[in-house]
Design a protein. Structure first.
Length: 247
């Protein structure tokens, strides 16, 4: 399965993409002391091993990693002192690696943020394919979501209650419940694995809402432009022309 997923993401044609859907995935979220891995650290990991065909949660894992300070406490409500309370976080990390080993791919909301912490001690490097539920998946249009829906908006669109706890495992549970309700999950995942190209929307100022509705972002990462990483299949469905600006 891992080899088949790599072939698909490399852009090679598969006759029946649904038959190459991953068997299981690791839903992952992190809480950190800030935004910069060079200055801050990950202080919590949440993970759920999810079986795709049965839409079932196989295992869950969450643990804190000791930190001296937490400048993001106002957001994640994790006092640094709590992370230093004696608990078997090393064993939690070992279990996390065991769950990761069983997964075909990793799924996270805003994966570009979460993945940057892995490979920095004590977290392991993750070499398996990632899918971002914010950037890579085109959610069904009948949900009425904007191009880059927040996890809260995505959960509410699937009629999943949202509570205020901002912790790693909480966000993983939201994602698991969303996936459990997706009748076409296999197709969504395989489309999410398609190679993406950074494209610029060729729209006028008056047409800018078209780009925004399609998930394009202004000034990020290209200043003065609406851009988005998007697959060739998605490009063919856009209501406006685009040009390649991939770096």
């Amino acid at each position: 399965m891992q080899k088949e997923l790599e072939l698909f993401r490399d852009g090679r044609n598969l006759e029946d993409e649904a038959s190459y859907s991953p068997e299981s995935l690791l839903i992952l979220d992190t809480e950190t002391t800030g935004l910069d891995p060079l200055e801050h650290q990950c202080i919590e990991i949440g993970a759920i091993l999810f079986h795709v065909e049965s839409r079932s949660v196989l295992a869950q894992n969450s643990f804190l990693i000791p930190a001296i300070t937490n400048s993001a406490e106002v957001i994640n409500k994790i006092p640094a002192g709590i992370t230093q309370v004696d608990q078997p976080w090393e064993i939690g990390l070992q279990y996390f690696e065991a769950l990761l080993d069983k997964a075909d791919l990793v799924l996270a909301h805003n994966a570009s943020f979460d993945r940057q912490w892995f490979g920095i001690h004590p977290l392991p490097e993750i070499t398996k394919p990632w899918i971002c539920s914010l950037e890579d998946i085109s959610w069904p249009s009948e949900l009425g979501l904007k191009g880059r829906p927040s996890l809260k908006d995505l959960a509410l669109a699937y009629e999943i209650p949202v509570w205020s706890a901002h912790r790693a495992l909480t966000d993983c549970i939201y994602l698991a419940e969303i996936l459990r309700r997706c009748t076409d999950l296999e197709i969504l995942l395989m489309h999410g694995l398609e190679p993406k190209i950074l494209m610029k929307a060729e729209v006028s100022y008056e047409e800018r809402q078209l780009a925004k509705n399609s998930g394009f972002r202004w000034n990020d990462p290209v200043r003065g432009a609406w851009t988005r990483r998007i697959s060739e299949r998605e490009i063919s469905k856009l209501p406006f022309p685009v040009t390649n600006v991939d770096f």
